[in-house]
Design a binder for this molecule. Structure first.
Ligand code: SF4
Length: 466
C-alpha cells in the first residue's frame, strides 16, 4: 500500500473512484454486483483480503463465497512455496469457463505470487481472460483498477514496489467478529537465503503508532476479544522511525487500552526478540504467553547459509531467557528440512534442539526452492525422498514430545476464549498459550472468556467450565 504523496490523500484519490463505481456498477450489472475474494497463504494475506473486501463493499459489491455467482473475482496469492503457486494456476484456469457463463465477469490476481514479473508475464501471455494483475504494495488502488477496466481501459498490470509510507484508512471488512487481525508493519529486510518475501513484499515499513492504537480501540469497542498484531517481522516494528516506538512499547500502549481482550502477535524473528519484549509479555496482563519463534535449523552451519543472523547457541540462550522470565510460555516454531547442503549430521542438530526446547507445536516444511532467491541455485545433493525420511523422523519426535507434555495440563484451570463450536453443546477454546481445550457449553459463550478445568488429556484436552 503506497503513494509518494502523504498517505491520507493516497486513499482519498481512491474514494473518488469508489464514488464513481457506486453509480456505475448498478448500470453495468442491473442490480447489486457480487464479488468473490479467494485467499492463499498466510495471515497477512488474510488481512490484505479483508481490506480488499472492505473496498469492494464500499464500491457496492455484495461479498460472495461462490465464484460461480461472482461478477468480480480476485485471487490473493502466495509465493512462499512451489505448491502454493501450482494451486493458484489451477484456480485461475477455471476463470475461462466462468467467463463463458458470465461474460461481464472481471477477474484479478494480486498478492505475493503476482508481484513477480515472471508470473505477471505468464498470466499476460497464457491467461488472456485475467483482466488485472497487481502487486502487494498497490492493492489499495483496487477501486481505480476496476473503474478503469469497466470504462474500457485494457488489461492492467501494476507491480510497483516503491517502499514508501503505508497508505492508511483503507476500508476493512473482517471475517471474524471476536478475533481479528491488525497489521502493524509490512515487508522484511532480513533476506533469509530461502525466502521470497523481501522480493515480493519489499522493505520493512511500520504503520504510525497512533493509527494502530486507533484501530485497536475500534476493534475493542466493536467487541473483539482477541487482536493479533501482524507483520512479516513484527518485532522489528518501528525500526528507523522518528517516533522511536519499539514493538515492546507499542504492545504496552495497546495493553493500556481499556477492555477485556487478549493481544497476540506474529511473526517474530529471533534476532529481534529482546529482553525488553520478554519482560513486556510477562508484565502486561493482556498479552498472550504464546511466542512463535521460527528457528528453521538446529545447525549453526546451516543457519549461516540461511543468513539467519543467529546461531544455535544464541537461539537456545533466548529460549532459556523466555522460559525463565515467562514460566508458562508456550513456544512454537518453524523448521525447514533439507536446506541445500544440509547433511544428516546437521539435521540431527535440528532434532536435538527440538528435544531440548520441547515446543508446544511446530510448522515443518521440506525445502522448496524459490525463484530468484540465493538458495535456489545452491548445490542440493540430498534427494527429496531422503529429505522425506528426515521429515517423518522429525514429526515422530514432535508427536512424542506433545504426548508427554499434554499431561501437564490435567487438573489445572485455564481462562479460555471460546472460539469454536465442535458439535451440539460442545465448544472449544484457546488458553493464553496455544492449547485448545474441548468442553461442554452453550454456543452463546462463543466469543466469551470462560474458566475451564482440564479433567483429561487424550488426543485432545478435555475440560469442564468452572
Ligand atoms: S525473516 Fe526471513 S523468512 Fe521471515 S519473511 Fe523475512 S526473509 Fe522471509
Amino acid at each position: 500500500m503506497l503513494g509518494e504523496k502523504n498517505n491520507a490523500s493516497a486513499f482519498a484519490e481512491q474514494t473518488v473512484y469508489i464514488n464513481r463505481l457506486i453509480e456505475k456498477l448498478p448500470e453495468v450489472y442491473e442490480g447489486t454486483p457480487k464479488a468473490c475474494v479467494i485467499t492463499f497463504g498466510c495471515q497477512q494475506n488474510v488481512s490484505d483480503s479483508e481490506h480488499l473486501k472492505g473496498m469492494l463493499a464500499c464500491m457496492g459489491y455484495e461479498i460472495t463465497e461462490d465464484e460461480k455467482d461472482a461478477d468480480f473475482i480476485i485471487f490473493n496469492t502466495c509465493a512462499v512455496r512451489g505448491h502454493a503457486e501450482d494451486r493458484v494456476y489451477g484456480n485461475i484456469g477455471k476463470v475461462k469457463q466462468l467467463k463463458k457463463d458470465n461474460p461481464r465477469l472481471i477477474a484479478a490476481v494480486c498478492g505475493c505470487m503476482a508481484q513477480q514479473q515472471i508470473v505477471a508475464d505468464k498470466i499476460k501471455k497464457s491467461y488472456p481472460y485475467i483482466d488485472m494483475v497487481f502487486g502487494t504494495q498497490v492493492f489499495h488502488r483496487l477501486p481505480e483498477f476496476i473503474y478503469k477496466r469497466i470504462t474500457g481501459s485494457g488489461r492492467i498490470f501494476e507491480l510497483s514496489l516503491e517502499n514508501e509510507k503505508i497508505v492508511e484508512d483503507v476500508p476493512v471488512k473482517r471475517d471474524g467478529t471476536f478475533k481479528g487481525w491488525l497489521p502493524i508493519m509490512y515487508g522484511c529486510n532480513n533476506f533469509c537465503t530461502y525466502c521470497i518475501v523481501p522480493y515480493v513484499r519489499g522493505r520493512e515499513r511500520s504503520r504510525e503508532p497512533e493509527k494502530i492504537l486507533a484501530e485497536a480501540r475500534e476493534m475493542v469497542n466493536a467487541g473483539y476479544k482477541e487482536i493479533t498484531l501482524l507483520g512479516q517481522n513484527v518485532n522489528s516494528y518501528g525500526k528507523g522511525c522518528e517516533h522511536g516506538i519499539t514493538f515492546a512499547k507499542l504492545l504496552r500502549m495497546i495493553n493500556d487500552i481499556e477492555g477485556d481482550f487478549r493481544i497476540k502477535f506474529m511473526t517474530s524473528h529471533p534476532k529481534d526478540c529482546t529482553i525488553e519484549l520478554l519482560d513486556t509479555i510477562k508484565e502486561c496482563e493482556k498479552i498472550s504467553h504464546h511466542l512463535h519463534l521460527p528457528f528453521q535449523s538446529g545447525s549453526s552451519r546451516i543457519l549461516k547459509r540461511m543468513n539467519r543472523y543467529y546461531d544455535r547457541e544464541a537461539y537456545l540462550r533466548l529460549i532459556k531467557e523466555a522460559k525463565e522470565r515467562i514460566p508458562d510460555v508456550s513456544l512454537t516454531s518453524d523448521i525447514i528440512v533439507g536446506f541445500p547442503g544440509e547433511t544428516y549430521e546437521d539435521f540431527k542438530e535440528t532434532l536435538s534442539l527440538v528435544q531440548e526446547v520441547e515446543f508446544s507445536s511446530l510448522f515443518t516444511f521440506i525445502f522448496s526452492p524459490r525463484n530468484g532467491t540465493p538458495a535456489e541455485t545452491m548445490p542440493d545433493p540430498i534427494t527429496r525422498e531422503e529429505k522425506g525420511k528426515w521429515f517423518d523422523e522429525l514429526l515422530r519426535l514432535q508427536e512424542k514430545i506433545a504426548e508427554k507434555n499434554i499431561q501437564k495440563y490435567v487438573g489445572k484451570t485455564y481462562r479460555v476464549l471460546c472460539d469454536e463450536i465442535v458439535s451440539d453443546g460442545v465448544l472449544s477454546g484457546h488458553t493464553n498459550g496455544t492449547a485448545t481445550i474441548i468442553f461442554e457449553g452453550d454456543e452463546k459463550l462463543l466469543g466469551e472468556f470462560v474458566n475451564v478445568k482440564v479433567v483429561s488429556a487424550t488426543n485432545s484436552l478435555n475440560g469442564v467450565i468452572v
